[in-house]
Design a protein around this ligand. Structure first.
Ligand code: PHB
Length: 398
């Protein structure tokens, strides 16, 4: 099939099926659907649950209507990084479910896979997590409310150099965000006078980390910088670090905060104590907005113990989608919807956010945190704040 024909078919299907808002005039009440693609089953099922719950908190606070239009979220399960399946689900959401917006996306490859579709269908995709810088360069329809590896890693590498640390080994999952983390760390840390003595890339699906632990020991590094996608993977890696004696040997453990997300801390136990991370959200962040967010979550779901960075990615993503709908009067124009939120600023449970008009990624405060026990509970305790951090990786080298 030629590209032209494929485009024509998609447009026809989209045109016939389109359930966008109230149509050209915006006068009639309509239901605007938002398709959320995320893991709801398998090892990363927790992510989908945090997205869904955070959206429910947002809708409990703000209602389910914007103007005359009702906003309905439709959830699709994608249990792992699987770009072909992500594209198929996005197509189904656009053509059959008639969604006006796409959202979610935990894994980078799943977010990247929908770029041609959102361009062709002129639909915004609001990314709640996937954190490789290049994603928002692939389509002008992407807006991202999470973080990037560059954004978290630059302040961390600078902090480590200031601590007098000289020799570090990096250990990352071998795909988009891991490579970004490694690149950002090496560039920043070496510029600040440190040296990266080994760069370890681990297959995304590894669960036996003992050989990598041996390599870290052999490298002679004083500290590690580690990134793996949050969930069972990070848990197994952090446990292996302690179980293989690296912690006892005095090797210091640093990384973006994916490695110590709050829902994993009870299972990590004392092995997590002292791990130092940079991240955009900590459950213990001390602000009225965060306290209100956690309280509402607890009221709706009985506990706020599972609230984590994916929760705020989705909560703020819902806010962006509501704003897009409000500012475009529910009209069917993805380009206008994205334009409407460029430069938008608001207060999130994590702190102040602004959508950078060029990168369409959130500029935000990145916090330096250390895992400590507070009143018997392991927490990421904030020690310093780096305000107004952009996506340092946007168009790097281009
Ligand atoms: C990603 O694939 O972009 C990703 C997944 C999990 C994380 C961070 C980034 O914790």
């Amino acid at each position: 099939m030629t590209k032209h024909l494929r485009t024509a078919l998609l447009c026809t299907a989209f045109g016939l099926a389109s359930g966008w808002g109230a149509g050209a005039g915006g006068a009639q009440a309509a239901t605007i659907k938002v398709g959320v693609i995320a893991p709801f089953s398998g090892p990363f099922a927790m992510v989908g649950k945090t997205f869904k719950e955070a959206i429910a908190v947002y809708q409990a606070e703000h209602g389910t209507t914007v103007g005359a239009d009702t906003v309905e979220f439709v959830f699709k399960d994608l249990d792992q990084a699987n770009p072909a399946q992500s594209k198929a689900l996005a197509q189904e959401l656009i053509v059959k479910e008639k969604v006006g917006y796409l959202a979610g996306f935990f894994f980078t490859p799943d977010a990247l896979a929908v770029a041609p579709l959102i361009d062709e269908a002129n639909i915004p995709a609001v990314i709640f997590n996937a954190a490789t810088s290049a994603i928002t360069e692939k389509s002008p329809r992407y807006v991202r409310t999470s973080f990037t590896l560059w954004q978290n890693t630059v302040p961390l590498a600078e902090h480590m150099a200031k601590q007098g640390i000289k020799k570090v080994v990096t250990a990352v999952s071998d795909y988009g965000p891991g490579i970004d983390g490694e690149t950002a760390f090496k560039a920043t840390f070496e510029k600040a006078g440190g040296s990266v003595v080994d760069t370890i890339r681990m297959p995304l699906k590894s669960n036996d980390f003992a050989p990598f632990m041996q390599r870290i020991k052999d490298s002679g590094a004083e500290a590690i910088y580690a990134f793996l996608p949050a969930g069972p993977t990070t848990l197994a890696f952090a446990k292996a670090f302690a179980d293989n004696g690296l912690k006892d040997k005095g090797i210091r453990f640093f990384g973006p905060g994916d490695i110590t997300q709050e829902p994993d801390l009870p299972a990590l136990g004392d092995a997590a104590l002292g791990i130092t991370t940079t991240f955009n959200y900590s459950q213990s962040h001390d602000s009225a907005k965060n306290k209100a967010f956690l309280a509402k979550h607890k009221e709706l779901f009985g506990s706020s113990d599972t609230v984590t960075f994916t929760s705020v990615g989705a909560y703020d993503g819902a806010h962006v989608i509501y704003t897009m709908i409000q500012k475009t009067g529910g009209k069917s124009d993805g380009a206008k919807a994205v334009d409407a939120v460029k430069g938008m600023s608001w207060e999130s449970p994590r702190g102040p956010l602004t959508i950078n008009p060029d990168s369409r990624h959130v500029t935000q405060t990145i916090y330096l945190r250390v895992v400590e026990k507070v009143d018997g509970k392991l927490q990421n305790v904030e020690k310093a704040a780096f305000a107004d951090q952009p996506d340092y990786g946007y168009k790097v080298g281009k």
